[in-house]
Design a protein around this ligand. Structure first.
Ligand code: IMP
Ligand code: MG
Length: 182
């Protein structure tokens, strides 16, 4: 069990300001759209989605999808499994996938493949954080909150072994207590 408060990488104030900017950008881009569907990827995206959605000025509905991503040690295996599907049909809707973090990009690549066959009117991706050093899958990210270093980050929805999700800021774990090899 990891204890103590991880050092701050992105403060609560910085997150609030950036979420506000993203919401403004998304509201501009989707102006006039009346069937925007925000799809939160559980569990990590729940806080970001809650804050982002409340700042949008365009009408939208919300749904969730849950995936599990298998890791082999510190390197992602690329194997992703669907745990819980959407409740709604997305055909003809403008879908915005909302993610907490893009690391290798495998999770998103899987999701995009899965959702595109359902024929949404459009499919875009918004992620709060991205680790550019590790991105290996060729997914196009439409909105990125923060580029972060290749460290294990927690808080604001992000966890380490299910702890730290409810920290109000994004902190970084020391290499010794972080996931192996990070
Ligand atoms: P992917 O490698 O882009 O497929 O990311 C897989 C998943 O690993 C993400 O959706 C997160 O759940 C998790 N993840 C990757 N890096 C971190 C991190 O630094 N902190 C917390 N979770 C992470
Ligand atoms: Mg995630």
């Amino acid at each position: 069990m990891t204890t103590g408060r991880p050092p701050v990488l992105i403060s609560e104030a910085a997150i609030t300001a950036r979420v506000e900017e993203l919401a403004r950008q998304i509201s501009t881009d989707y102006a006039g759209t009346d069937d925007l569907l925000l799809v939160g990827v559980l569990r990590g995206a729940f806080i970001f989605l809650a804050d982002l959605s409340r700042r949008l000025t365009v009408p939208c509905s919300v749904d969730f999808i849950a995936l599990s991503h298998y890791q082999h040690g510190s390197s992602p295996s690329g194997a992703v499994r669907l745990i819980m599907d959407l409740r709604v049909e997305i055909a003809g809707k403008h879908v915005l996938l909302v993610e907490d973090i893009v690391d290798s990009g495998d999770t998103l690549a899987y999701l995009v493949r899965m959702l595109e066959v359902r024929r949404p009117a459009s499919l875009k991706i918004c992620t709060l954080t991205r680790k550019p050093d590790r991105l290996t899958s060729g997914v196009r990210l439409d909105y990125v909150g923060f580029d972060i270093p290749d460290r294990w980050v927690v808080g604001y929805g992000l966890d380490y072994d299910d702890t730290f999700r409810t920290l109000p800021y994004i902190g970084v774990l020391e290499p010794t207590e972080a996931a192996p090899g990070r």
